[in-house]
Design a protein. Structure first.
Length: 234
């Protein structure tokens, strides 16, 4: 009994020493882990000099642009009446599309608090976009009919003219007549789908429209036809 009681303090003292050594080892390893962490790399990457280097890259790219030549080309491009009309068309589509998107997503609910006001703005901008895209199709469709006539006739001069429009660098490629025919037919489908959507928007009021039919005409038939035509070009 005496030996066991005398051994208890010794045993407790040994356990305390072992626990202290483990604590010191754990704290030392903890400090060593964080001391070995790449703090220098982090400081170097987040230093003001590195930040200035990252910001100076776009500036260096901008400095390489010949703004004088770019401005001259822009002035030459805008002198063409068709390019002026195209620029006005793009601006109108961007503005009307942005307003339509903001009305649809509720970004203008504070400005247009009532549902009839939002419906009116939605309808007006929808009709504007409908008219703009229909106007573009009316301008392009006669030219596409002309290209279809050239495909049916397929003479030497017709080949050269179609290659300049639908072939890269105007080069001759195998099965070019089939490829160009597919592209021209897809472009015709794009115009016809837009005409159908225009008639749907003008002929019916918004509550009476068949939105499934309108969605089929415009999304995805019309844009997908144009996209497939651009990808199918030789």
């Amino acid at each position: 009994m005496a030996s066991s009681s005398a051994g208890d303090p010794i045993q407790k003292h040994g356990e305390q020493q072992a626990a202290g050594m483990m604590g010191r080892n754990g704290s030392d390893s903890y400090k060593q882990y964080y001391d070995d962490s790449p703090s220098e790399e982090w400081q170097s990457s987040s230093s003001p000099s590195s930040t200035r280097q990252m910001l100076s890259r776009p500036v260096a790219f901008v400095k390489k642009i010949d703004w004088g030549t770019l401005w001259d080309k822009a002035k030459e491009w805008i002198r063409n009446p068709m390019n002026m009309a195209l620029l006005v068309w793009i601006i109108a589509v961007r503005v009307s599309g942005a307003i339509l998107f903001m009305v649809m997503t509720g970004m203008l609910n504070r400005v247009l608090p009532t549902k009839p006001q939002r419906d009116a703005w939605f309808e007006v901008n929808n009709q504007i976009l409908n008219a703009l895209f229909t106007l573009l199709c009316l301008y392009q469709h006669p030219r596409r009919f002309y290209h279809l006539v050239l495909l049916c006739r397929w003479r030497a001069g017709d080949m050269l003219q179609l290659r300049q429009v639908y072939c890269k660098d105007g080069t001759c490629k195998p099965s070019e007549r089939k490829h160009i025919t597919v592209v021209v037919l897809l472009l015709h489908l794009n115009c016809l789908a837009q005409y159908a959507l225009c008639g749907l928007n003008l002929g019916y009021r918004r509550p009476e429209r068949c939105w499934m039919c309108g969605t089929t005409c415009r999304w995805p038939t019309s844009p997908c036809a144009a996209a497939a035509a651009s990808l199918g070009g030789t």
